[in-house]
Design a protein around this ligand. Structure first.
Ligand SMILES: [Zn+2]
Length: 216
């Protein structure tokens, strides 16, 4: 059941963006709201498409719609070119982790949004791919952070307690999502399956399935 994947707009996002002026006023009195100088910046590099961005997506108490659209596009399903509004909590999570780890280089994104068609294809080829992948809801990314080890990235991500954190050492990335808090080490996609799905070196995905997970 992937109907939710087709929801064209994110209700929470719409409220935050359109309510920008009032949101700025309401956030003005919240401690820490301006801790980062009233701006939140994100830098991303898509390893599949070669596209990158470095942009302020939140300023003075409001999310910036144009920046969010660029983020959605960069994190699109590169196989189908479809995009979806990425969960704002996920964008904020990436912002917090990168800031905490004091990294200037961009996140390397191996997988972002996964369209229903792509997820269906993955399910045919890879045992255990989740029918309700959080990638298909715009709530998950597979990433690495240049200059930092996977273990360091996993450790800082754990501290956030913002959702799922899956370590895929065989594929050299960490899966982050905004689902329930849980931790696991994934087996990743078998090497023999990667080329069948995508000939490009970085074109593989995490199964993100329950059977691939165990608590660590
Ligand atoms: Zn993933």
């Amino acid at each position: 059941m992937l109907e939710r994947c087709n929801v064209p707009t994110h209700p929470n996002r719409r409220r935050f963006i359109l309510g920008g002026a009032s949101a700025a006023l309401s956030l003005a009195g919240i401690p820490g709201a301006h801790a980062a100088g009233g701006r939140r910046r994100i830098a991303l590099f898509n390893t599949n498409t070669g596209e990158s961005l470095d942009t302020v997506y939140w300023a003075e108490g409001r999310y910036l719609g144009e920046a969010l659209t660029r983020i959605d596009k960069l994190l699109r399903d590169h196989r189908t070119n479809e995009s979806t509004p990425i969960d704002l909590a996920l964008i904020d999570l990436l912002y917090r982790i990168r800031r905490r780890m004091r990294v200037r280089r961009p996140w390397h994104v191996i997988s972002g949004y996964r369209s229903p068609a792509t997820n269906k294809a993955l399910r045919k080829n890879i045992p255990g791919v989740a029918a309700k992948s959080l990638h298909s809801l715009g709530k998950a990314v597979d990433v690495r952070l240049p200059g930092r080890t996977l273990m360091a990235l996993r450790r800082v991500s754990h501290f956030q307690r913002a959702g799922g954190v899956g370590l895929y050492p065989g594929s050299a990335f960490v899966h982050l999502d905004t689902g329930r808090v849980r931790y696991w080490i994934g087996r990743g996609v078998p090497v023999g399956k990667r080329s069948a799905l995508d000939p490009r070196a970085n074109g593989y995905d995490c199964p993100c399935c329950e059977r691939d997970q165990y608590l660590v």
